[in-house]
Write a protein that binds this ligand. Structure first.
Ligand code: NDP
Length: 329
């Protein structure tokens, strides 16, 4: 039974040395427990924050302890009536091939609506992040212009499609021409490769009527450029700042306060768990739109437990389109 632990806290970008593999006997479930076989592991940008000691909205991982995150697992032995053998669950579980659990915090995956891995993507944490961040904070209206950064990622591609469902004009930024082409295929009105374009000029050209909503996954220079285009009463959902997750010094740049003041814009940070009581409602609506063909989703699936660190490191190099996952078994 292999486990991946935090070997040391990274300074700057994590590397293979950040992770340590250990092997032990597979655990045996005691009464009231199940044995879970890991099927899919989710690698997520927020996990970089947990590798640092700094206080945040989730506790840091401890050096030497297993790394944990979103996992889809199958019950292979059960001493728990509510989770018979064969049940599929999603939960926050260690990066480990087999794990015992008392079932607390695990959510059973319903048969049918979508591939089981989607409960780590469209119908899981990233999809809900897009759903609540866009619909509750940005509240786009028909005809408005919505910009989403990190648009070809798990959260971003859902944000753009939801904004289209609401009748908005949607502009996405992403890091390759392939991703830009994919976003156009998904129905984005405009997509910009921020690595090759002059981002300020390209955004200004793509948003001739200004920007009403900005869903920020990235921060940095893309965000600086969007702030120059804000319309009166613009709404900004501050979801992530991946451009600075590996920074060793506080990022500096233009100070946006004046632009927010002048436009009476609303900037709101949020964590998807702020909406925990409403998650079932979000999953229901996302499932409905997916079933009706109004939402599409993409995954980049790497195979093999030993590839989990590489898949995680790939997030910071833009290797994934849609949800980055590792298929373990
Ligand atoms: P993604 O699937 O979007 O994967 C990360 C992507 O970020 C990469 O594919 C890459 O795409 C892009 N990226 C990496 N480094 C940079 C950089 N320096 N500058 C610009 N883009 C970069 O991840 P998620 O969809 O899971 O997450 C998106 C964002 O949302 C993250 O910031 C994450 O932390 C945040 N988040 C916040 C939540 C909340 O509750 N507030 C919950 C979930 C996610 P590219 O090729 O375009 O560069």
């Amino acid at each position: 039974n292999q486990t991946i632990r935090l070997a040391s806290r990274p300074t700057g970008a994590p590397t293979a040395e950040t992770f340590q593999f250990t092997t032990s006997e597979a655990p045996t479930p005691t009464p009231g427990q199940v044995l879970l076989k890991t099927r899919y592991v989710s690698v997520d940008p927020y996990m970089r924050g947990r590798m640092s000691a700094a206080k945040s909205y989730v506790a840091p991982f401890e050096v030497g302890e297993p790394i944990a995150g979103g996992v889809v697992a199958e019950v292979v032995e059960s001493n728990l009536d509510k989770l018979p053998v064969g049940s599929l669950v999603v939960g926050n579980l260690p990066w480990q091939q087999y794990t015992v659990s008392d079932g607390k915090g695990l959510q059973q995956i319903p048969a049918g609506p979508a591939p089981i891995s989607y409960f780590l993507g469209l119908l899981g944490m990233p999809g809900l992040t897009a759903y609540f961040g866009l619909l509750d904070i940005c509240q786009p209206k028909a005809g408005e212009t919505v910009v989403v950064s990190g648009a070809a990622g798990a959260v971003g591609m859902v944000v753009g499609q939801l904004a289209k469902i609401k009748g908005a004009r949607v502009i996405g930024t992403a890091g390759s021409d392939e991703k830009v082409a994919y976003l156009k295929e998904l129905g984005f009105d405009e997509a910009i490769n921020y690595k090759t374009a002059n981002i300020a000029e390209a955004l200004a050209a793509a948003a001739p009527n200004g920007v009403d909503c900005y869903f920020d996954n990235v921060g940095g220079e893309i965000t600086d450029a969007v702030y120059d285009l804000l319309n009166k009463h613009a709404r900004i959902a501050l979801c992530g700042q991946i451009a600075s997750y590996n920074a060793t010094e506080a990022p500096v740049g233009p100070r946006p306060e004046g632009k927010l003041l002048k436009t009476s814009a609303k900037l709101q940070g949020f964590i998807v768990s702020d909406y925990l009581p409403q998650w079932p409602e979000g999953v229901k609506q996302l499932t409905e739109w997916y079933s009706q063909g109004k939402l599409r989703f993409e995954e980049t699936i790497t195979e093999g437990f030993d590839q989990i660190p590489n898949a995680f490191l790939g997030l910071f190099k833009g290797e994934n389109t849609g949800k980055a996952l590792v298929k373990v078994a």
